[in-house]
Design a protein. Structure first.
Length: 150
């Protein structure tokens, strides 16, 4: 699927659409994505900053989706674990940038070549437009070569 179509579909996905999460870009090679979470009256928490669940949701699927697109259908790719560290209140729109390095894709492919499960952590920072750090998110992916592909 073309990255531009993929981006449009993600923007129509109800968890993103109804929470003011917008996928700004997905590179044609699926190595990068940029996401924005707009601060709106319906997604603020009690103290009028970004709701923590939305901060996590804006980052949730991207490492898995980028890795899946890079590795192709011969691999299982799942989210295994995640953590979020809330650093500062998000009192404005926030942004996340995901950049998957080609050598990481090569490392995953090589590590999974024999059919073993591979666990890999990926880090993302959620920041304001001025660069203030709002949250740090870590996602651990599970990758395994499917039996029929060995």
């Amino acid at each position: 699927m073309r990255a531009s179509t993929f981006r449009r579909l993600l923007n129509l996905w109800p968890p993103f659409l109804f929470n003011s999460i917008r996928v700004q870009s997905v590179s044609d090679d699926y190595l990068e994505a940029r996401v924005t979470l707009r601060l709106r009256p319906w997604n603020r928490n009690y103290v009028k900053s970004q709701f923590g669940g939305n901060l996590f949701a804006m980052t949730d699927p991207f490492w898995m989706l980028l890795v899946m697109q890079q590795l192709g259908n011969d691999y299982y790719v799942w989210d295994k674990s995640a953590t979020i560290d809330f650093v500062a209140p998000g009192r404005e729109d926030v942004f996340a940038h995901f950049k998957l390095e080609p050598q990481v894709v090569d490392e995953l492919r090589a590590a999974a070549a024999g059919g073993e499960k591979v666990l890999r952590w990926f880090d993302t920072e959620v920041k304001t437009a001025s660069g203030q750090l709002v949250a740090k998110v870590r996602k651990q992916l599970y990758v395994r070569l499917k039996p029929q592909a060995r």
